[in-house]
Design a protein around this ligand. Structure first.
Ligand SMILES: Cc1cc2nc3c(=O)[nH]c(=O)nc-3n(C[C@H](O)[C@H](O)[C@H](O)COP(=O)(O)OP(=O)(O)OC[C@H]3O[C@@H](n4cnc5c(N)ncnc54)[C@H](O)[C@@H]3O)c2cc1C
Length: 509
């Protein structure tokens, strides 16, 4: 094995989005420099590197959708666009000296826990390494999902997913079919509508859409924020506080959301005068059950004469003819799938083989479950950032990521305190207890009771993605590692067993 292939690191971080870069900064803050960041792509940024579709922007205000330890007084808008967020993450990599740790084109293909050596053997597209601890920050929305539509291969035009935009294809003057009505689709539709000949939206379920309080952040505000940091902190605090106050309506009292529905209906009525179209765009489930979307331009775009809304999903493709589930047909030159990601079937889970020789995906065959959103029984020293039940419906994921970084830091401290070659393995009872409590709380939430089917739910109808509480509640629950929830593993006595078996490799299709 070449020198590089034998490299051992204390920590291997997988992914270089907000999660991976945040973990790396935290490691450095803890004085740990013996780590690598393994990234399958050729640049940092994750979500904000991959999503370059027209109109792509965050839907949580930028002053909250950014790291607390790296404020950016220069955010140009309330809801900044993808280029600005990507540039912010590039700056994080520079400012915190992360470049030397980055390994690009190093997709993690397989990992296996070595119970004798108490470390992970990691196989990447760029060689092998071993690591005491692995932090998986591969992202909840990073592997695009395109449904298996019969006849799709007969389509003669361009087929793209929102997260893999084809910038070589000029859609101006073309007939474009947009499949899906999620957060990306509602940004793409108004961005494309003015330039295309015809836009056909295939809508299985209409989303609830609220106005978007977007505006330019003035030079005076930017000056204020950089000169008096307390003003920036106050702005962030206000954005956070408002969202914290909304949580109980989502998690305990969905009946309180009626007023929000009223506002959303008003928003629709103002933009769409045609009662038929308005009826087609009115959701039949409680607001909040699916992610609430924010847009001032989506409804006006749908009301334009070059747009058709088909109120059924795409069922079949016959050459350039797209056939909906209700039999409606539409001709198209290009198809854009805004159909989401592999969320409840995280691809990395198929590549991680734990202490009992099974993969995380096998362990999770009945649904994802982790202790405090981070660790799984039988997978020692393996922590997930944005793991099961850490997603949010109404606030910034960066708050959850930072809470998980506290947990990661304390986890590493505990390993140091315990001393020597050591690993922590979550006790099955602790994982079970944590998830039992979550699922119990879930029964009262709008995601369970709101009358919709959403990507928050897995194939068994269980919500394994969203955190049913406030971000401060999650922060409190993840501030410290409770050692009683873990089994402490030390190297076994006696001669080492055969450790020649290579890590299991699973390459995504
Ligand atoms: C269009 C869009 C808009 C969004 N807007 C918001 C918003 O406004 N507010 C909000 O809170 N959240 C938003 N999100 C959610 C967003 O995903 C999170 O906020 C956050 O960016 C996730 O960061 P991450 O680092 O966990 O994952 P990602 O940003 O997805 O990064 C994961 C990284 O891991 C890499 N990777 C994956 N698998 C492997 C592997 N096997 N080996 C090596 N590298 C691997 C990927 O290439 C990627 O770089 C949005 C998501 C999308 C898609």
């Amino acid at each position: 094995m070449a020198e590089r292939e034998r490299r051992h690191v204390r920590v291997a971080v997988i992914g270089s989005g907000f999660g991976g870069l945040g973990a790396a900064v935290r490691l450095r803050r803890e004085g740990i420099t013996d780590f690598v960041i393994l990234e399958r792509a050729g640049a940092v940024g994750g979500t904000w590197r991959d999503n370059t579709y027209p109109g792509c922007a965050c839907d949580v205000p930028s002053h909250l959708y950014s790291f607390s330890f790296a404020p950016n007084p220069e955010w140009p808008r309330n809801f900044s666009g993808q280029p600005h967020i990507r540039a912010y993450l590039e700056r994080i990599a520079d400012t915190f000296g992360l470049r030397e740790h980055l390994r690009f084109h190093a997709e993690v293909l397989g990992m296996r826990w070595d119970a004798q050596a108490l470390h992970w053997e990691v196989e990447t597209a760029d060689g092998q390494l071993t690591a005491d601890v692995v932090v998986s920050a591969t992202g909840p929305l990073s592997d695009p999902k395109i449904p298996a539509i019969p006849g799709l291969d007969t389509f003669p035009g361009t087929v793209a997913h929102s997260a893999r935009w084809d910038h070589d294809t000029d859609l101006r003057g073309k007939r474009v079919a947009m499949i899906g009505t999620g957060a990306s689709a509602i940004q793409i539709v108004p961005a494309l509508q003015p330039d295309v000949a015809r836009l056909t939206l295939f809508q299985r379920t209409p989303p609830w859409v609220l106005p978007r309080a977007d505006r330019r952040i003035t030079a005076a505000e930017q000056w204020l924020h950089s000169t008096f940091p307390a003003t920036r902190a106050a702005r962030r605090g206000l954005l956070w506080g408002i969202r914290e106050m909304q949580v109980s309506a989502f998690t305990k009292r969905p009946d309180q959301l009626g007023l929000v529905e009223f506002l959303a209906r008003k928003h629709l009525k103002k933009a769409v005068k045609d009662p038929g179209l308005r009826a087609a765009l009115t959701p039949g489930y409680r607001i909040g059950c699916k992610r609430i979307l924010l847009s001032n331009t989506y409804y006006p775009a749908l009301a334009r004469p070059n747009v058709d809304v088909v109120t059924a999903g795409l069922k079949e493709v016959r050459g350039s003819t797209l056939v909906a589930a209700d039999g409606t047909e539409a001709e198209a030159d290009a198809i854009v799938f805004g159909t989401g990601f592999h969320v409840t079937d995280m691809p990395i889970a198929r590549r991680v083989t734990g202490a009992h020789g099974t993969t995380l995906a096998e362990e999770w065959k009945d649904g994802m479950a982790a202790l405090r959103g981070a660790t799984a029984a039988g997978f020692p020293n393996f922590l997930t950032i944005i793991g099961p039940n850490t997603g949010l419906g109404n606030s910034s994921m960066i708050l959850m990521i930072e809470a998980q970084l506290n947990y990661l830091a304390d986890y590493l401290r505990q390993l140091d305190v315990l001393g020597g070659k050591i690993a922590l393995d979550a006790r099955p009872s602790a994982v079970q207890q944590w998830n039992h409590t979550i699922q119990e709380r879930m029964t009262r939430t709008v995601w369970s009771r709101g009358g919709c089917d959403s990507w928050y739910l897995d194939a068994n109808g269980r919500n394994t993605t969203v955190w049913p509480g406030t971000t401060s509640g999650f922060k409190k629950a993840t501030l410290q590692v409770d050692l009683a929830e873990y089994e402490v593993l030390r190297p076994p006595a006696g001669p080492p067993a055969d450790r020649t078996a290579p890590p299991r490799t699973e390459v995504a299709a």
